[in-house]
Ligand binder design. Structure first.
Ligand SMILES: NC(=O)c1ccc[n+]([C@@H]2O[C@H](COP(=O)([O-])OP(=O)(O)OC[C@H]3O[C@@H](n4cnc5c(N)ncnc54)[C@H](OP(=O)(O)O)[C@@H]3O)[C@@H](O)[C@H]2O)c1
Length: 386
């Protein structure tokens, strides 16, 4: 048996009733509960992990508030969430050659690759029968883990911030750059203007753009997060100066500011993981031949745009999801060298995981929220607990 967090359809229904059915009023602390779980026996291609640290992820807020779909209900009434973790291998099945006890690994959450490697479903979310890793121990298939790059220069907490966010950012960047290059070659325009709106995935996306030599702009409402990116040469733009794009005039003012900051060109690549009011701002900021790429819908799932305007501007909208497994491995190779995530100042204890998720939803954190799961750390990471 292991301690693991769960979300039940029953808990969502009770909390939803308490707040009169408004998903925005749901208190996540009342929905995510510490539970126990019997792990499956370790099969020939399985690996048993002791979870060291995890990061809070937004799919938890969607699962706990049922604001998009009621995934706990669709999965039979209960899910065990958590699809980003750093763990220590404690046991391997007889056919596992790539890992041994004592190795430290990161998970990926591609739940089931399609014919081209992209996830049909996400582990511990919509993949049937999948058990998540907000737990003290887990049993995973050996195809679900990647060696953790312990010598990459990041702390254990920074490494724990990346297993879900880095592959997402890496995939978004490859797609956006590739699409732009179909339209405009490097020979014609070597340096791109790249914009992303607040959040951990966006920050990593911009680090990659900057690393590749492009001009990167981070439009965020958080002074702490802007400051951290400015230290990496990424220009900060205060989203609150534009009233978070509440009205038409705010969007127009933002468009004018972007023109000013880019010498009239606009943004060749825009990463919008939020949608809602951010979508129109991103479209307004785009240059001719621009690409608007997204893998998120935190503020809204529906978008509306003028197709004629997008056509005449040669604008492309692209939608991505999590990366392929080779993509996850490639993203992991960029930890530390390219990806230097900003971490929230508090490292939460395991028992405070629901509070970490609730504070993430309330947008009060100064970086990516990390939860320490193991008290005793393996010797190989002791120097990284800082
Ligand atoms: N498809 C995938 O595989 C995948 C993978 C990872 C993430 N995602 C999705 O991508 C989105 C972002 O994830 P993340 O991990 O980067 O999240 P995150 O680090 O928590 O960032 C979310 C950001 O949203 C911004 N925000 C919050 N409320 C806002 C509001 N009312 N108006 C404007 N901005 C607001 C905040 O930015 P500021 O306050 O700094 O402006 C915050 O930093 C989520 O929807 C997540 O589900 C998808």
């Amino acid at each position: 048996m292991t301690r693991a967090y769960s979300i039940t359809a029953e808990a969502i229904a009770a909390e939803s009733k308490r707040v009169g059915g408004d998903p925005d009023k749901i208190d996540i602390n009342r929905v995510i509960a510490l539970d126990t779980l019997a792990l499956r026996p370790v099969g020939p291609r399985d690996v048993r992990l002791r979870i060291l640290a995890v990061s809070a992820e937004h799919n938890l807020t969607h699962a706990a508030t049922a604001d998009t779909v009621n995934i706990a209900e669709l999965r039979g009434g209960k899910i065990y969430p958590g699809n980003s973790a750093v763990g220590e291998v404690v046991e391997v099945g007889r056919d596992v050659a790539r890992f041994k006890a004592g190795d430290v690994v990161v998970t990926h959450c591609n739940g089931e690759p399609d014919a081209h490697g992209y996830p049909l479903r996400i582990w511990a979310y919509d993949q049937p029968e999948s058990i998540g890793w907000y737990a003290e121990e887990a049993v995973v298939g050996d195809w679900q883990i990647v060696p953790a790059p312990l010598a990459c220069g990041l702390s254990l907490w920074e490494i724990a911030a990346l297993p879900l966010r880095a592959p997402t950012a890496y995939h978004l960047w490859r797609r956006a750059e590739g699409i732009f290059r179909v339209k405009v070659s490097e020979e014609r325009l070597a340096t791109l203007n790249v914009l992303a709106f607040g959040g951990g995935v966006s920050e990593l996306f911009l680090m990659l753009a900057k690393h590749r030599g492009h001009n990167a702009f981070f439009c965020s409402g958080s002074p702490e997060r802007r400051k951290a990116l400015e230290a990496q040469g990424i220009v900060g733009i205060d989203q609150k100066r534009f009233n978070r794009f509440a009205g038409r005039d705010d969007v127009k003012a933002f468009g004018a500011e972007i023109k000013k900051q880019t010498g009239g060109q606009g943004m060749h690549v825009v990463c919008d993981l939020l949608r809602g009011p951010v979508f129109e701002a991103g479209i307004t900021a785009a240059s001719r031949e621009g690409v608007n790429v997204s893998a998120g819908w935190q503020l809204g799932t529906m978008v509306k745009y003028n197709s004629a305007g997008a056509s005449t501007k040669q604008l492309t909208l692209d939608h991505t999801h999590y990366d392929t497994i080779p993509g996850c491995e490639a993203a992991t190779s960029l930890y530390g060298r390219v990806f230097k995530p900003t971490i929230h100042r508090e490292i939460y204890p395991f028992e405070a995981l629901p509070r970490a998720i609730a504070e993430m939803q309330a947008n009060t954190q100064t970086g990516i929220p990390i939860i320490r799961v193991a008290q005793e750390m393996p010797a190989s990471v002791k120097g990284l607990v800082r």
